[in-house]
Ligand binder design. Structure first.
Ligand code: DX5
Ligand code: ZN
Length: 212
């Protein structure tokens, strides 16, 4: 069993309420991608959109920060309605301090890594995080091709988390669909993020079912 987290980056922003209702009904979490044009080359959306989604959401908001100095924005995202908050390992000097700050604000904390960062670099934080986010594409854009090397990375993390007997969940993000969901779950993923596979599908509900 895995939680399904549609990425709102691929939602219909002109009819956002419709897609929020869809996630309330068919999925488990809202995945919200925050990009600053500095940590990643793309810019997405900010607080007004997060607040609008929070006002209509009956499922938790999983906010994925792709920004420099995430510590400066933890409180704002907590106030905007985030329930889970992740940031990139290499976006800050002291990841452990950012995790502590996220917890002080009452949120679940996660650390994300791009495909070129060794998963072992997450090991020192597994006991303090509620989840880790393994990127299966380079962060910055929706609709990219899933990288096959992700399976082995998730297996390595799963082994370490199990051997330490920790509750830390593994989230995977980028190019996830009904085609790779079963293999990702078998490798040890607990949360599947999918943007284009859900919102660009002819039948989004069937797309979520195919991932379950
Ligand atoms: C990419 C984002 C993803 C993205 C996923 O930087 O972190 O959450 O929206 O989109 P798909 O599922 O289309 O790869
Ligand atoms: Zn994301």
């Amino acid at each position: 069993m895995a939680l399904i987290a549609p990425s709102m980056l691929s939602a219909d922003f002109l009819h956002l309420e419709k897609d929020v209702e869809f996630v309330n009904r068919h999925a488990d979490l809202f995945h919200l991608d925050i990009m600053d044009g500095v940590f990643v080359p793309n810019i997405s959306y900010g607080f007004p959109v997060v607040e609008a989604i929070a006002s209509a959401a009956s499922k938790p908001l999983d906010v994925h920060l792709m920004i420099v100095r995430p510590e400066n924005y933890v409180e704002r995202f907590a106030k905007a309605g985030a329930g889970m908050l992740s940031f990139h390992l290499n976006a800050t000097e002291n990841p452990g301090d950012v995790v502590a700050l996220i917890h002080e604000n009452g949120l679940k904390a996660g650390i994300a890594i791009n495909p070129d960062i060794a998963v072992e670099r997450l090991f020192p934080y597994l006991h303090v995080c509620e989840f880790v986010l393994v990127m299966s594409v380079f962060a910055g854009f929706g609709g990219q091709k899933f990288m096959e090397g992700t399976y082995g990375r998730i297996e390595t993390l799963r082994r370490e988390i199990s051997s330490q007997g920790l509750p830390c969940l593994i989230e995977v993000d980028g190019g996830v669909s009904g085609k790779n969901a079963a293999a990702l779950k078998a490798a040890g993923a607990d949360i599947l993020v999918a943007g284009s596979a859900v919102f660009m599908a002819d039948d989004p509900a069937a797309a979520v079912s195919s991932m379950r």
